[in-house]
Write a new protein. Structure first.
Length: 174
């Protein structure tokens, strides 16, 4: 059984090691999520420490999926936007450990992220994903639209420059 929850800063801090494991496992499998070395424990830990601080300050929201007591997936919603962008939020770090994939976890977390943003009064969500990645197909099935592609955007774990696809989804009112 999969359980889903939003974590506050204190709860997230208590789960730092588990959050690091999710990110490390995804990077080790080649996920294009801003990291290229799954063995770089310090960089991964520093990323989560900064993210947890942003959650504590209300700049980001963090949802997790648990299988039993173990965190197996995450998604973040970036709420901190410039003054001219307070109507939008960004979805990032949708991560599902390889051992927990193909169970609808990513879909559920995305729907939670959309509802969170909608309830916070946001009317537009944005994200970027590696072009032609399986995640892009998921987003399309959830009603996301493609704004465009940027070639040679991110270095992959294999040392190749991959294109990214920028996507958006208008949200209805809460």
């Amino acid at each position: 059984m999969i359980n889903y929850e939003w974590l506050n800063g204190e709860q997230a801090q208590q789960q730092l090691a588990a959050l690091c494991r999710v990110l490390t496992d995804c990077v080790a499998e080649g996920a294009s999520v801003g990291f290229i070395d799954a063995a770089d424990d310090k960089t991964i830990r520093d990323f989560w420490q900064a993210g947890i601080q942003a959650v504590a300050q209300g700049e980001k929201a963090l949802a997790v999926a648990r299988q039993g007591d173990e965190i197996v997936a995450t998604v973040m919603v970036v709420m901190a936007m410039p003054a001219n962008g307070m109507h939008r939020a960004e979805v990032c770090k949708l991560l599902v450990r390889p051992t927990a994939r193909r169970q609808g976890i990513a879909r559920t977390l995305m729907l939670m992220a959309e509802e969170y943003a909608r309830r916070a009064g946001r009317t537009l969500l944005v994200l970027d994903t590696r072009s032609d990645d399986h995640a892009q197909g998921l987003y399309l099935t959830l009603g996301w639209k493609i704004a465009g592609q940027i070639p040679a955007y991110a270095l992959s774990t294999e040392g190749v420059l991959d294109a990214t696809t920028v996507m958006y989804k208008p949200l209805g009112a809460a």
